[in-house]
Design a binder for this molecule. Structure first.
Ligand code: MTE
Ligand code: MO
Length: 306
């Protein structure tokens, strides 16, 4: 476990040294032993950049056990209605695998048991929702940087997208597989939240579709699932973790089981729950409505920093 004071001292040391080097000009950076070692070992360039950018202000305050809120308000989806997710809950997430892919050299899937073998970070932080409430909770999980260092980013990587299991419609259980594949057409009770509206029946009735584009537009409605995206600075922030425990216990369904993002220094809506898949992208304009997240598509700011 990483103890915050030591971690902070380490990071402060690194950033102070880097800041001094920056003031003195870039060439002095090259003379420093740790800089050469970083290059020599081929350590992830993003981690190096993150160290240069780090100052005390960039770490969110961490609290004591005594500060933990006796009740942490669940918000947004508290019990995903999706059939595939419900099946996972029944099986206590046995067989669940997080997918890491997109613009990476080594895409992989990882089980919860294997995730727990990776480096662990625990932090007690305050969650602030735009609705005007805050709660303090203890989160334990794997730093996101650990996962992406294993996946190895391609040079074009700019954002990390979190695809979640929960459909954001007004409540009817969905037949759609949580990883995104449609099992069967499903009526969406809120057509405003679907990108494509039903049209398959009229197409069938009309014989051959005149062109491929129409056939594509006429597919079953796609459920709109929660998703979020963050940039690489936030991705490599030491307090950015994928949490599998809350307050010392397995993460409950209401708070995002089996995995939820903790993106400290950011508002509640960026803290994606029910994370099934992580996708590294160059741009998020082709995802959802193109604004970078479910709430962003409804008009919230993409940058939810506080
Ligand atoms: N998948 C998913 N993640 C989500 C939400 C959601 O509805 N679905 N709501 C967001 C909002 S607005 C907040 S405030 C927090 C609430 O987290 P909590 O339920 O642990 O309090 O989750 C965020 N992440
Ligand atoms: Mo929120």
């Amino acid at each position: 476990m990483i103890r915050p004071p030591n971690r902070r001292a380490l990071l402060m040391g690194a950033s102070a040294t880097a800041a001094a080097a920056m003031l003195g000009g870039c060439d002095r950076l090259g003379e420093m032993g740790w800089f050469k070692r970083t290059l020599a070992t081929g350590e992830d360039a993003n981690k190096f950049v993150q160290r240069l950018l780090l100052t005390e202000r960039t770490l969110t305050p961490e609290y004591a056990e005594a500060d933990i809120s006796p009740f942490f308000k669940p918000n947004g989806t508290e019990d995903p209605p999706d059939k595939a997710y419900k099946a996972m809950v029944r099986r206590k997430f046995a067989g669940f695998q997080l997918e890491v892919g997109g613009l990476v050299e080594k895409p992989f899937k990882i089980s919860l048991a294997d995730l727990r073998k990776l480096p662990v970070r625990t932090q007690i932080t305050r969650h602030d929702c735009v609705e005007g409430w805050s709660c303090i909770g203890k989160w334990t999980g794997v730093p996101l940087s650990e996962l992406l260092q294993r996946a190895v980013l391609k040079p074009s990587a700019r954002y990390v997208v979190f695809h979640c299991a929960d459909t954001m419609d007004q409540g009817e259980a969905s037949n759609i597989d949580a990883t995104g594949g449609a099992e069967a057409p499903v009526a969406n009770p809120n057509p405003n939240m679907t990108k494509k509206v039903a049209g398959s029946e009229s197409v069938k009735g009309a014989g051959d579709p005149p062109d491929g584009a129409l056939a594509e537009d006429a597919g079953p409605p796609e459920p709109v699932r929660f998703y979020e995206s963050i940039d690489l600075v936030d991705t490599y922030h030491p307090q950015t973790i994928l949490a599998y425990e809350m307050n010392g216990k397995t993460l409950p369904v209401a708070h995002g089981a089996p995995l939820r993002l903790r993106l400290e220094r950011n508002l509640g809506y960026k803290q994606a729950k029910y994370v099934m898949r992580i996708e590294v992208v160059e741009s998020f304009t082709d995802i959802g409505e193109g604004k970078g997240g479910y709430w962003e598509d409804q008009g919230y700011a993409w940058y939810g920093g506080i």
